[in-house]
Design a protein around this ligand. Structure first.
Ligand SMILES: Cc1cc2nc3c(=O)[nH]c(=O)nc-3n(C[C@H](O)[C@H](O)[C@H](O)COP(=O)(O)O)c2cc1C
Length: 362
């Protein structure tokens, strides 16, 4: 945790409702009050996947910058890439407030935001304004709650943002939009991938990678189905995982019974097991981004050793402040030097079998 954030920032922010605190942090990044804190530019941390060259493997996960207000400010905090969204075609308010809850003793959060966002048009305007800026900015797309054709909403996202996205994430794993996770079932997934990837392939210019973001609450049989289905499409990678519906093992005295998706420390084990199981199923060629409970250099490297090419975080930044990305990235360099490993990519898959042998917690 950075000193300043540890001394005053966290205390002040934690007095506020979590959503208000989030709004304030976005404002702070927008206005430039948060100083840039770029990590060492270590070539050993570069990762090349899906036709993109990432300066380091740590990204900001979707949900922090839902409306594409601060992607460049996030990159200046040391993230190697930033994912904005989830964006739906039309603006929507999401679920009634309060809808985000801190579980302080668990370093975790439960959210049931329900894809609150300003819609495609406003994000399109913001991203157009920054289009000449360097840096990898992914766009996470979803469907409106009241949509009558969910697949069409994803297709609209690809069309709208194709000229602006470094990559796309097709998010079918939020637990807060009723029915959305059903798109992970094999027949639905087939139709979705066919239409989304055909649309991507029909766009002029550069081919944009498309990643699929899945839930951590899947059975071994569902993982088999997803792996089999993606094998017959030109999908560029997986993001594993979104938040969980599980409440197993929580220590907090407050808010554990709130409905919504749980993220942060208690998600680490589950999402890493699912990641390794998926790595075993899809083989070594398909890129995977590991996300869920990363809070340190050690947990980021553990995800990579469990099968991830890249990693992302969100919740631990709420607890540890804006200096966390740089701390983790610099720690990766130190670890590589200490262990005499030439590149971060060399660590991928070292522990896949150990992680994959564990049962997905119930
Ligand atoms: C408040 C909040 C909002 C989120 N919103 C989204 C979202 O809009 N789209 C999405 O794909 N994931 C969303 N996520 C999930 C994160 O991207 C990530 O997959 C999950 O939180 C696990 O990572 P973490 O433990 O590092 O937070 C959200 C998470 C949180 C805590």
């Amino acid at each position: 945790m950075s000193r300043l954030f540890g001394l005053i920032g966290r205390k002040m922010l934690f007095r506020l409702d979590p959503e208000d605190a989030h709004g304030l942090s976005i404002k702070a990044l927008k206005t430039g009050v948060v100083p840039a804190c770029l990590p060492n530019n270590d070539p050993a941390l570069r990762v090349a996947i899906a036709g993109l060259s990432f300066p380091n493997p740590l990204g900001m996960a979707a949900g922090y910058d839902k409306n594409a207000e601060v992607p460049d400010a996030l990159l200046r905090l040391g993230f190697g890439f930033a994912e904005v969204g989830t964006l739906t075609p039309r603006a929507q308010f999401g679920n009634p407030k309060p809808r985000v809850f801190r579980l302080v003793e668990d370093n975790a959060v439960i959210n049931r935001l329900g894809f609150n966002n300003e819609g495609h048009d406003s994000a399109f305007r913001r991203l157009t304004e920054r289009r000449s800026h360097a840096g990898i900015v992914g766009i996470n797309i979803g469907s409106n709650k009241d949509s009558t054709d969910r697949v069409a909403d994803y297709v609209a996202g690809i069309r709208k943002f194709h000229s602006l996205a470094s990559y796309f994430t097709v998010n079918i794993s939020s637990p807060n939009t009723p029915g959305l996770r059903d798109l992970q079932a094999r027949e639905s997934l087939r139709e979705l991938l066919e239409k989304v990837l055909d649309t991507r392939d029909a766009q002029p210019g550069v081919r944009r990678p498309v990643f699929l973001k899945i839930a951590p609450d899947l059975t071994e049989a569902s993982l088999d189905d997803i792996a089999a289905e993606i094998g017959s499409h030109s999908l560029d990678g997986l993001i594993i995982s979104n938040t969980t519906l599980s409440r197993a093992g929580l220590k907090s005295s407050k808010s554990t019974r709130e409905t919504g998706g749980l993220s942060g420390e208690p998600l680490f084990e589950r999402s890493t097991i699912v990641l390794a199981k998926m790595r075993q199923r899809v083989g070594t060629d398909l890129p995977i981004i590991g996300v869920g409970g990363i809070k340190s250099t050690a947990t980021a490297i553990a995800k990579i050793r469990a099968g991830a090419d890249l990693v992302q975080l969100y919740t631990s930044m709420i607890f540890n402040g804006p200096g966390l990305a740089r701390e983790i990235v610099n720690g990766m360099s130190t670890t590589l030097k200490r262990d005499n490993v030439s590149t971060i990519a060399a660590l991928r898959d070292c522990d896949v079998d150990d992680w994959a042998a564990k049962a997905i917690p119930v």
